[in-house]
Design a protein around this ligand. Sequence first.
Ligand code: 6GU
Length: 239
Amino acid sequence: MRIDVLTLFPEVFGPFLESSIVGRAVAAGVVSVRCVNYRDFTHDRHRSVDDRPFGGGPGMVLRCGPVFEAVEHLRQERPEKPLVVLLTPQGEVLTQALLAELEREPWLVLICGHYEGFDERIRLGLGARQVSIGDYVLSGGEPAAMVVIDGIVRLLPGALGHEGATGDESFARGLLEYPQYTRPRDFRGMGVPEVLLSGDHARIEAWRREQALARTRQQRPDLLGPDADTDDRKQDCGV
Ligand code: 6GU
């Protein structure tokens, strides 16, 4: 998979792209990520990427020119069309389902915004999909682009090293994860649930399902939907 990131701050992606799962996937050629500074596609003396909004009001708006030219520059390199994603708090909120959809794209161009927003013609003219990472406002789209890249890369075949692991995650099934323990059995007086030491796989499986559901009910009842307490719904969740 190929991901191009259009950003005014390419330097903030360095350590992120070199570390952990993402770093390994990049090194292994599972994904290729390139950062392009769209300020390089300005033609004025001040290299300006923003301007005041028509109609007045506070803040500045990202101009069309540099962003269009940067995307056109990238598109010259390949015959296919990339999926263009604008990172903006106005977008569709990112979920595991959306990550799974994006993972199937061979080529993504992620555009990080700044200032008060994008000129609307960027979205319209580039046919871009808008994505937000949650209901809060960041000063720029770069952290959101890293969230999207991390979430996609770990789904790519060959990225995690233990295939099949991601499909089994409880988020993929609409539930939070069950509690996990590792050695030692006693840590400062805190023990481990007996069932996990029992070696009884059926009991362990049942306990984990029960814990995942109880946790989801307590922390994120919204994931269970409005009928969370009915037996039907429990069956839908696979518990
Ligand atoms: Cl994608 N960008 C910005 N600037 N703020 C956000 C966001 C994106 N998602 C949530 N807040």
